[in-house]
Design a protein around this ligand. Sequence first.
Ligand code: F6P
Length: 346
Amino acid sequence: MGKIKIVQRIGILTAGGDCPGLNAAIRGVGKTAIVKYDMKLVGISDGFTGMINKEYRELTEKDLSGILTVGGTILGTSREKPFKSDKGKKEISKPKLISEHYDQMGLDCLVCIGGNGTIKTAHLLAQEGLNVVGIPKTIDNDVWGTDLTFGFDSAVNIATEAIDRLHSTANSHKRIMIIEVMGHNAGWIALYSGIAGGGDVILIPEIQYSDQKVAEYLIQRASENKPYSIVVVAEGIRMAVKESCSAAQSLSKKITELTGLETRETVLGYIQRGGTPSPMDRVLATRYGAAAADMIAERDYGKMVAFRNNDIVSVPLSEVSGKTKLVSENDPMVIQARNMGTSFGI
Ligand code: F6P
């Protein structure tokens, strides 16, 4: 009679760009797995690179203490995409290496914490026969199948604080202030921080803007004796003419040219991804982690934890892999902002 394996050995990795809350999620998975289920936890170094190179270490409950509030990831991360074609190369394929190392490490399941790229890789690994559970993270909030990814709330907090600070200096100098926030091809950070920070213009990749419309709007504000304007721009906006400089710099040049108004730009950059997670992100990441451990205990593999309608649920990786959650032009937040006079450059 075959033995029933009770103790499970879980591998865990963080992949893609880092974000606040990764350690909270690792802790959520690990503490639940160790304390509730008496499982073993194996931390894989630097995302999928660690699986390829077999770099890992066992994590005890003690290793998970004191990390809840710490930014970044104790495991390290990388943008390694093991399924990206390595045709023509002589070495053994990376997915094959990962499968072999998964077995050699004695893993019963691999928890992959990451954004769209990671979720796609997790799905492909599941198709290769590995037991996989995904946890969605990214400041961009663009993972399909979940209302929220952790990291997003922290990034919005940071961007909003930056916008708040720009108001006073913009007012003193009577300037147009452009602030560029991250988001890759999605406008979630720009939309949320733009509304939270009272941006006059919000430009996002999902809504095709016109330089002319933005300029007319800013001239109109100036003619109404509004001394300054704040323009919140997502890094991925679709510019009429692609330039090598940042979206903010390119827009700044255009606005100066078209309005004659004094304009300055700020690119917020990696500050949005660093530092301690917001309380909301700590809670979300912890809940995701705990739910992932419960799924593993139930051998409910091939799924991603998700937040929908204020509840933690699980969705098949096959449903979410390869998709991106973008802002709709008709998103209620866009409509409400437009009804209040905010310009989206259209
Ligand atoms: O996906 C998160 C993100 O921060 C995006 O907003 C941004 O475009 C990108 O990562 C920057 O990534 P990298 O770390 O590769 O410079």
